[in-house]
Design a protein around this ligand. Sequence first.
Ligand code: NAD
Length: 340
Amino acid sequence: MLKVAVIGAGLMGHGIAEVFSLKGNEIFLYDSYPNALKKGLDSILWSLNKLKEKGKIQDVNEIFSRIKPVQDLNLISEADLVIEAVPENFDIKSNVFREISKIVREDAIIATNTSSLPVSELAKSVKNPSRFLGLHFFNPPVLMKLVEVTKGDETSIDVFNRGVEIVKEIDKIPIPVRKDVLGFVVNRILFRIFTSACRLLKEYSVEEIDSLAKYVLEFPMGVFELLDYTGIDTNYLISNEVRKRGFDFTCDKLSELYQKGLYGTKVGKGFYDWSKGRPEIKRTERMPKPEDLLRDAVKEAYWLVNNGVSTEDEVNVATKLGLGWKKGIFDYAKEFSVKV
Ligand code: NAD
């Protein structure tokens, strides 16, 4: 069993701590804000009680007692594995890695849960970057099976392979990302879907495009519904960051909503009006062709395979499980004869 330190007890950190504890590992959960640490622990307890109600675990206290809240970072010195889940900000993360490097053993593995920052750039703040890699969990970590395991330019092959093994040990499905590409596999493909959907707004309405996504492709949410749900502000900021690094994620309407403060679900309005709850998306007669929404995503999927980032099977599974789609991207490509 491992001693795992999780840094940041927010949405992702507390869930990651719970996942490792469920599998018998010993956890140090650290947050620089005492209230956030308390909230994270309360959320873990709530979730464990839910698992018990469903008959999935028996002893909540045994699992919970393996998680030690720490407010002094020096107390993580015995960790075999450190997973960072602090906000998506390069400077905050870099500072955390510099601090951790001073405290843990030289051979302790250090991982980032970043969604959109390059692992190899973050590695520059880690002492001995060969033991640094990406472990990208999905939200919520307890329920989502997928973890993208990313090899940075300097990650040793042993550490990368060990990362894949650790993900299997906690009963998750690893997607090896063998080259450090921005957005890894799942988000790169999702950004292509977002950009295509935005481009289609020149000819179709938000509802017509989401009708295709929901009723023909059977995505769990419409594309614009998902942008609202995950936050117009968050997506706008991510689109700027990835564009700065050369990845084309463009959406004029997203910028327009951002400038107007229409951030989506959290403020009650974005592409949709959320003031009365989840919008009802009806099946429309008119809608784009499936291949027009999927083509760039399929091209991206081939690019990932052809560049040795992940295999065809891995990309297919990653899109299915990471995005909650009914099928993987290559299954859709076949079904709708998407030519690239
Ligand atoms: P969050 O804001 O919910 O949690 C971040 C936590 O870090 C907070 O509790 C905060 O108090 C704490 N924190 C801030 N500065 C700190 C510091 N210097 N040291 C220690 N703790 C500090 O954020 P989140 O949604 O959990 O995201 C965390 C990371 O996970 C980000 O990199 C994000 O991109 C990634 N991620 C998020 C999601 C998602 O759906 N939210 C999914 C996958 C990956």
